[in-house]
Design a protein around this ligand. Structure first.
Ligand code: IVH
Length: 704
């Protein structure tokens, strides 16, 4: 056999193997939202296949994953055919790949255009899931996922629950000749008849952390990263579940389908048009003149992107001039006029020093790997979550193993895989805990849960401590100066066991603690006193009822108005769902937990004691004092760094109480950036956008 023939056969075998693997992982990723390869590992498989197919073009088949986009749509939603196929983008893995892309462009344009004549729009590549939105006469009539690129799933109902996504657009200035006149305020405005908008649905990192914390506490399992959380949340059968998940959208492309209108001449104008229509557009896009401009954007953002509240996995570079697009055309997979530059994977290798168990406030026992500290995405990582026993088994991770760690959602590091070739010879499989590490009681797996639980609810010191930490947390009773280590001390000395015990502490008793001075003791007592009149929602959240997160607590507080009314409704029993069903978003499982909580003697006793001790939640948010003059109405504030005289949450409450808006990220709409000590990347961003920057003193003056 000739060498060519044998290598052709080898290539054929390898290609078939790679195709199967890629299809399998695409199915896990797109359809099940549960990938088990890192992005970098998946990309490596895909690139190997692409390379082999370039070397052996005869082996390319129509059904090869390189010739198709995305994966099969899941069957739960109605299928919709896209009016315009949803293409993907080709990738650039390095700056050299970007240079080659530009060379190809210049070549394809046959020397008609000099590289110096090309302009590019550089945008963040949002790591979410792409959607197509159809607006007719300015009204959102359909939204679909990408699916296989030709047809996707109709998720209109779920998309409509996303707060930042307008269901109705704003009219825009249009001239008689059908061109848009965004800079001409004299030109009359009207609504385009038919447009299709492309964008990315994502879960803000802050919402992701909150959601996952709850899910892990409840089920011992959360989403692997914000993208999976977004995908899982958008594809919920019940839109009320999606509504609770706090998704967001950035839009980045528009097709004008109204034959009487003329599409803007460039991508930059496209983005302005999207914004003028009232659609959310990521604010950091930039129009640049050349490759250097693209590289500069990448350099500037490769680290600072971690300060954004959404994950980006690269930048998308688009040729600005629309007339060139049609001349360049597209492959079956992607348009030639755009490319996605992917950041190198942020993964690091380290060793597992130990595997320890944490006990949550509802008794969920979850494992954490203690790591040899390693630098990753700008921080030092010392711990990685392992979620549950199933995950440890699946990864087969053991103490002493070398592992690959990655950050999911920028915050929680996780173990991607074990480097088996580096496993020590004397390693033995990890034995999962069977008893509670805090109280020694037998761990139980309830019903179909993945998580093991310690059922010693009232006496397990770890559960007590966690519940107390939850009670003092910001979203609950917001008790400043009472932190984890103080609570651990108080529990160890048996001075506090339930939230009510906090309110019986005296200065003398506090002073028996080590390192406690008179002033700190008084501050603690003052903070406890102040916490007696928090809102009803904060109080309900603070009780730590399973499944009752901050937003559910809000719903319950708004619906019932008082603790008495809530407990009276709960006393009717779990079969009496009428009350719960009347509150959109509260399902039978949550209600069952509420009923069980109020049925327990110990809990009723706790509530009675709290009342006796003067803890009286108020139904209306005291922060939103309606009597205050609305001096900050129409203004939007962002705070960065630490303020000295007021903490961030209080500052935000004060802004809202005066009619202003407090936001987490700087955009063109920001009126003031308030800068405290050690400000973050928001400062640079505000400077770039020309936002007014004020210090703490100026801020306090505005409040006064
Ligand atoms: S443009 C024809 N712009 O990345 C227009 N895509 O790898 C194609 N994505 O399928 C998309 N941020 O889901 C574009 N600023 C951005 C993007 C973006 C994220 C996603 C999108 C696309 C995928 C390609």
């Amino acid at each position: 056999m000739s060498t060519y023939a044998s290598s052709l056969q080898d290539a054929q075998k390898r290609i078939e193997h790679l195709r199967k693997e890629i299809e399998h992982h695409r199915f896990l990723y797109y359809t099940l939202s549960a990938p088990d390869l890192s992005d970098a590992e998946f990309d490596a498989l895909y690139h190997e296949l692409e390379d082999l197919e370039t070397r052996y073009p005869d082996l390319i088949t129509e059904d090869s994953p390189t010739q198709k986009v995305g994966a099969v749509p899941s069957t739960d939603f109605k299928e919709v055919r896209h009016k315009i196929a949803m293409l993907s983008l080709s990738n650039a893995m390095s700056e050299t790949d970007l240079e080659h892309w530009q060379d190809r462009l210049v070549k394809a344009l046959d020397g008609e255009i000099e590289p110096t004549d090309l302009k590019y729009v550089v945008e963040h590549k949002i790591d979410g899931l792409s959607i197509a939105l159809t607006y007719e006469d300015g009204v959102l009539v359909r939204g679909a996922t990408r699916g296989n690129g030709e047809s996707g799933e109709d998720v209109t109902g779920n998309l409509k629950t996303i707060k930042g996504l307008p269901i109705k657009l704003k009219p825009v200035p249009i001239r008689d000749d059908g061109t848009f006149a965004l800079d001409d305020d004299k030109c009359p405005s009207r609504m385009p008849r038919s447009i299709e908008v492309r964008g990315e649905v994502y879960m803000p990192i802050s919402s992701f952390s909150e959601l996952n914390q709850g899910l892990i506490e409840e089920n011992g399992q959360g989403f692997a990263n914000p993208r999976n959380a977004a995908s899982g949340s958008l594809r919920q059968k019940d839109p009320r579940v999606t509504a609770k998940r706090k998704l967001a959208v950035w839009t980045y492309f528009i097709y004008i389908l109204d034959p009487e209108l003329k599409a803007p001449a460039s991508q930059y104008q496209n983005m302005r048009l999207l914004q003028a229509l009232g659609l959310p557009v990521e604010p950091n896009r930039r129009l640049v003149d050349d490759l250097d401009g693209i590289k500069q954007f990448i350099d500037e953002w490769s680290v600072t992107r971690h300060g954004l509240d959404y994950q980006t996995d690269g930048v998308v570079v688009k040729l600005d001039d629309r007339t060139i697009w049609t001349r360049l055309g597209a492959t079956s997979h992607s348009p030639r006029w755009a490319i996605a530059y992917k950041y190198p994977p942020e993964e690091a290798e380290t060793r597992v020093l130990d595997i320890v168990f944490d006990v949550g406030r509802t008794g969920a026992v979850t494992p954490t790997a203690m790591l040899d500290p390693v630098k990753l995405a700008g921080t030092t990582v010392k711990r990685a979550t392992l979620h549950n026993a199933d995950q440890i088994k699946r990864l087969d991770v053991r103490i002493g193993d070398t592992v690959l760690v990655r950050k999911a959602g920028e915050i929680i590091p996780e173990i991607v895989c074990v480097k088996f070739d580096k496993r020590p010879a004397d390693s033995s499989p990890f034995v999962y805990a069977s008893t509670c590490p805090a109280c020694g009681s037998q761990l139980i797996k309830a019903n179909d849960e993945v998580v093991l639980r310690c059922l010693n609810y009232y006496n397990c010191p770890a559960q007590k401590t966690r519940r107390l930490i939850h009670w003092v947390s910001r979203e609950a009773l917001d008790i400043e100066g009472v932190g984890e280590s103080l609570i651990a001390d108080l529990v160890a000395k048996e001075m506090v066991s339930t939230p009510a015990d906090f309110y019986e502490l005296t200065a003398d008793r506090l002073l028996t603690l080590e390192r406690m001075g008179k002033k700190s003791a008084q501050n603690i007592l003052d903070a406890l006193q102040a916490s007696k009149t928090r809102t009803l929602a904060q109080f309900i959240f603070g009780l730590g009822i399973r499944h009752v997160g901050a937003s559910t607590a809000d719903l319950l507080a708004n619906h019932f108005g008082s603790l008495e009314a809530l407990s009276a409704a709960a006393a009717l029993g779990e079969d009496d769902l009428s009350n719960a069903q009347a509150i959109a978003g509260i399902g039978p499982v949550t209600w069952k937990n509420v009923v069980e909580f109020f049925a327990l003697e110990q809990n009723r006793h706790l509530l009675a004691r709290l009342r006796e001790l003067g803890v009286e939640p108020v139904s209306v948010d005291a922060g939103a004092n309606r009597d205050l003059p609305q001096t900050l109405a129409g203004m939007s504030f962002v705070i960065t760094g630490t303020l000295n005289s007021i903490d961030r949450l209080e500052a935000e409450k004060a802004i809202k109480a005066r009619g202003g808006k407090a936001s987490g990220s700087v955009s063109k709409k920001t009126t003031y950036l308030v800068v405290g000590d050690s400000p973050g990347s928001k400062l640079a961003k505000a400077q770039e956008l020309g936002i007014t920057i004020i210090d703490e003193a100026a801020f306090l003056e505005l409040l006064a």
